[in-house]
Design a protein around this ligand. Sequence first.
Ligand code: FE2
Ligand code: FE2
Length: 180
Amino acid sequence: MASFTDSVSNFFKGEDNDTSLRGLFIELLKDIYYAEKKLTDTLPVLANAATTSELKSAFQLHLQETQTQVQRLEQVFRSIGEEPDEVTCEAMDGLVEEGNEVISETTDGTLTRDAGLIVSGQKVEHYEIATYGSLRSLAQMLGFTEAAQLLEQTLKEEKAADEKLTTIAESFVNQRAAAE
Ligand SMILES: [Fe+2]
Ligand SMILES: [Fe+2]
């Protein structure tokens, strides 16, 4: 199956459409800029709601990374001569809403709560991984070398955050939650 960036690349191949591809890149940047800022408000809520110290500290650590990612996106905007700007990311609004539902539908202090929060957290990370992977490829196509490097750094952090949640889930949360 062709990836999003393959499709975009094929679509623009041989056409003098750098202006519109640049426009698409900027729109996607505004979308993830909104999403990352929203996550700086949401991760403390998830950390507070988590039962185990392992999951709490995973969310807290990722909050610090997310704050850096917001600044990194500002650098990306400026590296291509644009001021940082945002547009509402309805996908992230929906994922955050799902996280809130997990909190309201599970009991405080249970491992079922953590199992649910891990699912919510991983949905967010997967959305970010898809977005940053596409943005990095677009930056490369457009010759935005500095932007591509910055986006690659964040992509690595999102992948590591996702793997850490998998590790926590596999190590104890799911097994013990099944016994509740
Ligand atoms: Fe992020
Ligand atoms: Fe993330």
